[in-house]
Design a protein around this ligand. Structure first.
Ligand code: HSE
Length: 374
């Protein structure tokens, strides 16, 4: 019999990308899906390929939720906090698959990224684990990029600087980045198209506008167009942002190293930039041994089919190694691979992936596929 999957938060940014992928890959017909809502109970569910998917159920109706074999939620941490524990208290033994971060720190959860930790996922299921959470986007994208080196235990420590797209903050911020761009353009439009323009005059108008925080700055009152913000998520009150803390914890949790002494050290500095949906990362990596670059490239490339190595030269880099080129693909680009001046065990590289695909929805889609086969 087909498994019953309840889907909550399918209209948000991650949820809609996930639904789109499940339709594209025909997953949606491999289980009985029920759509839940926090705000439109009783409304019609989505119509997919001319098939109606019933009426929307109440996402807070615990009784209805307990009828599901699997609950898939992209509704966010607050929803998880409200519903998950009460559901378990009722004795519900189904699988909970969650895009939000709330349960990632929970001892009973596994962070899923099956190209990296398939064996760990399967062992955990055998051991009775019922709670599976998608990882932080930068962490998942980094692990996908470096999968080959991790699987051969070649990494000792990593320093990563991120360049994170506005999609990571939600759909509202994609829209507002465009609005900010429009406001900036409008403020100089008359001068911009004149002959013999003074670029410094134009730049002065833009700079003053960015500093004024009056008309731009729709991004939490801080402009992101023509700007960047070197802080993501809340303050961990130890000099790190919460986003930066996730780097080390989640990397080790995904690799099942958290309880061991030889954890991988990950230091992160996370920055929001004005790209739309792809996160980039610049990595300085200390390997466990001195290795040559062609061997490293082979290991990275052969680990999974999504890694694409970009030749480390100017033309290939500027043409191919950009967020714009990765957008809406599952490719994980890895370029600028070279030895570092720090020493012969150090390398640095640059990687980019789509934050909404491998960074959020794809690990969950694949987890559902694993669970419905059980
Ligand atoms: N925290 C991420 C970001 C979202 O703000 O970009 C993906 O986990």
């Amino acid at each position: 019999m087909k498994k019953k999957v309840g889907f909550v938060g399918w209209r948000g940014l991650v949820g809609s990308v996930l639904l789109e992928r499940m339709i594209l890959k025909d997953d949606i017909y491999k289980f009985n899906i029920k759509f839940f809502t926090t705000s439109q109970v009783g409304h019609n569910g989505p119509k997919i390929n001319n098939k109606k998917f019933g009426i929307l159920e109440n996402a807070y109706d615990l009784q209805k939720l307990t009828e599901m074999d699997i609950i898939l939620t992209c509704q966010g941490s607050k929803y998880t906090e409200k519903v998950y524990f009460n559901l378990r208290k009722l004795g519900w033994k189904g699988f909970w698959v969650d895009a939000s971060s709330h349960l990632r720190v929970n001892d009973n959860s596994i962070i899923v990224l099956d190209p990296i930790n398939y064996n760990f996922i399967m062992k955990s299921i055998e051991g009775g684990c019922k709670t599976f959470v998608g990882g932080n986007c930068t962490v998942s994208l980094m692990l996908m990029a470096l999968g080959g080196l991790f699987s051969k235990n070649l990494i000792k420590k990593i320093f990563v600087s991120t360049y994170q797209a506005v999609s990571g903050a939600g759909s509202y911020y994609i829209k507002n980045l465009l609005l900010e761009m429009g406001i900036l353009h409008k403020s100089v439009k008359n001068d911009l198209y004149k002959n013999n323009i003074s670029i410094l005059k134009i730049e002065n108008i833009i700079s003053s506008l960015l500093k004024s925080k009056k008309n731009v700055g729709i991004f939490n009152n801080i402009p992101i167009a023509g700007n960047l913000i070197p802080w993501i998520d809340s303050d961990n009150l130890d000099g790190n942002s919460k986003e930066e803390i996730k780097g080390e914890f989640e990397t080790n949790k995904i690799l099942n190293l958290n309880k061991l002494k030889h954890k991988i050290i990950v230091d992160s500095l996370c920055v929001r930039v004005s790209t739309f949906r792809c996160h980039s990362q610049s990595l300085l990596i200390k390997l466990n041994k001195n290795m040559n670059i062609s061997e490293i490239k082979d290991i990275l490339m052969n680990h999974n089919k999504w890694v694409k190595i970009i030749q480390n030269d100017k033309l290939n880099t500027i043409t191919n190694l950009t967020p714009a080129m990765v957008s809406r693909t599952l490719n994980i680009l890895v370029g600028r691979i070279r030895k570092s001046n720090f020493g012969n065990k150090y390398i640095n590289l640059f990687s980019i992936g789509d934050q909404l695909l491998w960074g959020a929805s794809e690990p969950l889609r694949r987890m559902i596929k694993i669970l419905i086969k059980l």
